[in-house]
Write a protein that binds this ligand. Structure first.
Ligand SMILES: [Zn+2]
Length: 755
C-alpha cells in the first residue's frame, strides 16, 4: 500500500524586532513545528531542478574541466574511441521485461536493445539495496571489500576505485545523471565523474517531500540529452564518453504519469516500468539520430528487483530471495560486434565493470581490484569462462533492527542462505524458493556454507571494516522521506547470544513499516493503536517507543512523547534520532531551551558531524543573547557543511549583530546563492551593506525583503533611513508614510528624522 505524502509549505519566522543598523531578530530552531511534527526542519523554498540554473553552471564547469583526464593518456594508454552508456534502472524486476518473457508490460526500448545484444538470463545482484548495489556495479568489488553494505554505510573510502576514474585516465569525458537522493554525491559514488548531475545535495533543507529527493525519468533523461547537445555544440563530440544514467521510477511509491497511470491502473509498479522504458526510448532515439547508437556500448541492468509481496516482503532490502536479487542484464555491443545471444549461466552485477573494460580493451590499474569476472567471451562467442557461484547479502536487518544479517551463495542449481535458520533451495525445481531443503540436504548445505565463508575470507578488506561516523540527521530524514527505515540498532555483545532470524521478525518489520507510514501521513491514532499492540509483544525493541514518541508528538501529547523518547534511549542510548527527537521536543518553546541543550551536546559528542545539532545550539545561544557562543556554533555548522543555507544565514546574521559587518557579507551572500529566500536574510544583508557604506546595494536587499513580506515594518524603516542616507528625501518620505500606516509605534519613534 502506498500512502502519499503531502507537500509542505515554507514558513516565515514570525519573531522580528529588527531595526535598522542594530538588528536583534532570532533564528528559528531547526525542529519540528507543532502543526507539522513529522517534519524535523523548517523547509526553505527548494528550487525544483528544472528551474535551477546552478546545475547548468555545474555541467558547463564539468565540461570545461574535462580535459584533465587527457594528460594521463599516453602511448601506453591509447584513447579508445568507443563511447559507453551504462543504464541502471532502480528496482526493476527481470520478469517485467518483454525480452524476459513478460506479456503484460510494454518495454519495446529495452526489448530492442536485448534483441541487438547479449541478454543474461541469470544475473544476480550482490546486494538488494540501491547504494551498496551501485557500489558493486561501479567498483567491481564485493561489499565486504568496498564497505558499502547499507543505507547508513560510511562515505566510500578513496581506496576503492571506481569505473569512471578508469575512463577518465583514458581520456574519456565522464558524466552521471542520477534520479534519487540515495545516490547523491555525498555517498562518494561521484568520484571520477566530471559531471555528477544529482541535485539532491545536502544544501537543500530537510524535507519529507519525496518530490524533492527523487525525480522522474523524463527530467533525468532530459538533463542527459541536454548534456549531449551541449557537447555537440561545443565540438566535444569527437571525445569518447562514459555516461551513467540512473532511473528511479519503479521504486515505491508507484505513481507513473499518464497515460501509464491509466493504462496500468491496479498494477502501477508495471506502469512505472513501462514509463521508464518510454524514456529510455527517448534516449535511444537521440543516440540513433546523432549517429552514436551503433558505435556505443550500452549496458542496462537493475540494482535489484522488488518483492511485491513474495515471501511476505513488499519492497526490497530485507530478504535475499531471487525476487529482489535476480535482475535483468543486457549488453548492446558497439558496431554490431558479437551476434545477438542469450547467456544462461549464472553471473553477477559484480561482473559488469570487468566486462566493460575488457570489451573496450582498456588496460587500467582498476582491474587489479576486480573481484568479478569479465563476461566478454560469453558475448563474443569465444567460449564461456567457468561458472562461479554468486555471493549476495543484506545487512539491513542487522544494522537497522538488530536482527541477523543474511548472506547467500547461489550455484547453478542450489541456493544456500546463511541465517540463524539456514535455507537451501533447489532452484531448478523450485525457482520461487518456497521449499526449504535444509533439513534434507545437510551435507550439501555444509559444503556450500564452507564455500561462502571462503569467499568472505578471500574478498574482505580490513580497511573498510571500520565503521564511519553516523549519518547526519538531515540525511536520515531524506532517506525516510523515500520510505527507507534507516535506523541504527544497538550493537549486540556476543554474549547476548544469536541474533533473531529476520524470517521470524517479518511481522514486526511490517508493522513498524506500516506505523511509520501512518505517522508520515498524519494518521497518528492508527499508528498508536498498532504500536501499542506491538509494544506488548516486543517490550525490548527500541524502535517501538521511538515510533510511539513520533505518534505522540504528532498528536501534540508532549509529555507522552518525552516519556517514549526516554524509554527508547534506555534501550538504545546511542540512537541519534531519538536524542535529536527529544531535543526537538524541547526546542518548541524558548523556555525549554535549557532542557534541549544537554541532548544537543550529547548529539555532537556522539557525532561531531551533526550540523543540525550545532545549528540548534547556535539558536539556543541566540535565545540566551550570547552571540559570541552562537557565532562559534554556527561557524562549526558551516565548517561541517558549507552548503547548508540556514547555517550560512544565521552565521551572517549573528556577525551583523556582533557588528562585524564586513565579515558577515560572505556567509550572507553564500546563503543567498544557495537559494535561501527569507525576508530576514535580506533585511540583515541590507543592514550589513548599509553599515559598510554600500547604500544602493542595501536598498536592493531591503526592497527584496519587502517583496517577500510587504508588511515587514523594520525592513520598511531601514529602507526609508537608507534613502535618507542617500539624500533621496522623496523616496524616504514615501516609504516612511507606508510604515506609519503599518506600524504606529515604530512610526512615532522615528518621526523626527523624517520631518
Ligand atoms: Zn535501488
Amino acid at each position: 500500500m502506498v500512502l502519499r505524502k503531502t507537500k509542505l509549505k515554507s514558513k516565515i519566522p514570525d519573531k522580528r524586532t529588527v531595526t535598522t543598523g542594530e538588528s536583534h531578530s532570532q533564528p528559528q530552531p531547526q525542529c519540528r513545528p507543532s502543526d507539522e511534527f513529522v517534519m524535523p526542519l523548517r523547509p526553505s523554498p527548494v528550487p525544483r531542478f528544472r528551474k535551477c540554473p546552478r546545475i547548468w553552471a555545474a555541467i558547463l564547469l564539468g565540461l570545461l574541466s574535462g580535459s584533465a583526464g587527457l594528460a594521463q593518456s599516453d602511448a601506453a594508454h591509447p584513447i579508445n574511441s568507443t563511447p559507453v552508456v551504462l543504464i541502471t534502472v532502480d528496482t526493476l524486476r527481470w520478469d517485467r521485461l518483454g525480452c524476459y518473457g513478460a506479456h503484460s508490460v510494454r518495454t519495446p526500448a529495452m526489448d530492442t536493445l536485448a534483441a541487438q545484444g547479449a541478454r543474461f538470463e541469470n544475473a544476480l545482484a550482490q546486494v538488494p539495496i540501491t547504494f551498496p548495489s551501485h557500489t558493486v556495479i561501479l567498483s567491481g568489488t564485493y561489499p565486504m571489500y568496498n564497505g558499502a553494505r547499507h543505507y547508513t554505510s560510511p562515505h566510500l573510502l578513496p581506496s576503492v576505485g571506481l569505473l569512471p576514474e578508469a575512463f577518465q585516465r583514458h581520456g574519456y569525458d565522464t558524466a552521471a545523471f542520477v534520479s534519487s537522493f540515495v545516490l547523491n554525491s555525498s555517498w562518494g559514488l561521484n568520484r571520477g565523474f566530471q559531471v555528477y548531475d544529482d541535485h539532491f545535495g545536502l544544501q537543500q533543507n530537510v524535507t519529507r517531500n519525496p518530490e524533492e529527493v527523487e525525480r522522474r525519468a523524463d527530467e533525468t533523461v532530459g538533463h542527459l540529452l541536454a548534456w549531449f547537445q551541449a557537447r555537440a555544440q561545443r565540438d566535444l563530440a569527437p571525445r569518447p564518453f562514459f555516461v551513467w544514467l540512473h532511473l528511479y521510477d519503479p521504486h515505491s511509491p508507484y505513481d507513473p504519469p499518464e497515460p501509464f497511470h491509466g493504462q496500468y491502473a491496479g498494477r502501477l509498479y508495471d506502469g512505472e516500468v513501462a514509463y521508464a522504458d518510454s524514456q529510455l526510448a527517448r534516449l535511444f532515439d537521440y543516440l540513433r539520430q546523432s549517429g552514436l547508437y551503433d558505435r556505443t556500448l550500452i549496458v542496462l541492468l537493475a540494482d535489484h528487483g522488488e518483492s511485491l509481496g513474495e515471501h511476505g516482503e513488499d519492497e526490497h532490502g530485507f530478504f535475499i530471495y531471487n525476487s529482489t536479487l535476480h535482475v535483468p542484464l543486457i549488453f548492446k555491443l558497439p558496431r554490431g560486434e558479437g551476434a545477438p545471444r542469450v547467456v544462461r549461466r549464472l553471473v553477477g552485477t559484480i561482473d559488469v565493470a570487468p566486462t566493460i573494460l575488457e570489451l573496450l580493451h582498456l588496460r587500467d590499474p582498476l582491474s587489479q581490484q576486480f573481484q568479478g569476472n569479465s563476461l566478454a567471451s560469453d558475448m563474443l562467442g569465444k567460449g564461456a569462462t567457468s561458472a562461479r557461484p554468486g555471493y549476495s547479502e543484506t545487512y539491513y536487518p542487522r544494522d537497522s533492527f538488530g536482527w541477523s544479517e543474511l548472506r547467500c551463495l547461489t550455484t547453478d542449481r542450489f541456493k544456500y542462505i546463511q541465517a540463524p535458520h539456514p535455507e537451501v533451495y533447489d532452484l531448478t525445481k523450485d525457482p520461487q524458493e518456497l521449499r526449504n531443503l535444509y533439513g534434507e540436504r545437510t551435507t550439501l548445505a555444509a559444503a556450500v556454507r564452507e564455500q561462502l565463508m571462503g569467499i568472505e575470507r578471500r574478498y574482505s578488506s580490513t580497511q573498510t571494516a571500520a565503521v564511519g561516523p553516523p549519518l547526519p540527521p538531515e540525511t536520515i530524514e531524506k532517506l525516510r522521506s523515500l520510505g527507507y527505515l534507516a535506523y541504527l540498532a544497538p550493537v549486540q555483545p556476543a554474549s547476548a547470544g544469536p541474533l533473531p532470524d529476520p524470517k521470524d521478525r517479518l511481522k514486526v518489520y511490517k508493522a513498524i513499516q506500516r506505523a511509520r507510514l501512518l505517522n508520515s501521513v498524519g494518521r497518528s491514532e492508527e499508528a498508536k493503536a498498532l504500536l501499542e499492540t506491538l509494544a506488548s509483544e516486543e517490550p525490548h525493541f527500541y524502535l517501538i517507543p521511538f515510533l510511539q514518541a513520533e505518534s505522540f508528538a504528532q498528536a501534540h501529547r508532549w509529555d507522552d512523547a518525552e516519556r517514549s523518547y526516554l524509554a527508547c534511549l534506555k534501550l538504545n542510548p546511542a540512537f541519534e534520532q531519538a536524542i535529536m527527537g527529544l531535543a526537538y521536543l524541547y526546542l518548541r518553546d524558548e523556555a525549554d531551551a535549557a532542557k534541549a541543550k544537554p541532548w544537543l551536546d550529547l548529539a555532537v559528542h556522539r557525532n561531531p558531524h551533526n550540523i543540525t545539532a550545532y545549528y540548534n545550539l547556535g539558536v539556543i545561544a541566540r535565545w540566551e543573547k550570547n552571540n559570541q557562543e552562537a557565532y562559534r556554533y554556527f561557524l562549526k555548522a558551516v565548517e561541517e557543511n558549507p552548503g547548508y543555507a540556514n547555517s550560512q544565514q544565521e552565521l551572517g546574521i549573528t556577525l551583523v549583530d556582533l557588528k562585524r559587518y564586513k565579515e558577515s557579507l560572505g556567509p550572507l551572500s553564500r546563503a543567498e546563492s544557495l537559494g535561501q529566500e527569507d525576508p530576514r536574510l535580506d533585511h540583515y544583508f541590507g543592514t550589513a551593506l548599509a553599515n559598510v557604506g554600500r547604500f544602493k546595494d542595501a536598498v536592493d536587499h531591503y526592497q527584496k525583503a519587502l517583496k517577500l513580506k510587504p508588511d515587514f515594518a523594520e525592513a520598511r524603516l531601514s529602507l526609508a533611513l537608507t534613502y535618507l542616507n542617500l539624500g533621496d528625501r522623496p523616496d524616504a518620505t514615501r516609504e516612511f508614510r507606508t510604515l506609519c500606516r503599518q506600524n504606529g509605534s515604530l512610526c512615532e519613534q522615528y518621526r523626527q528624522q523624517f520631518e
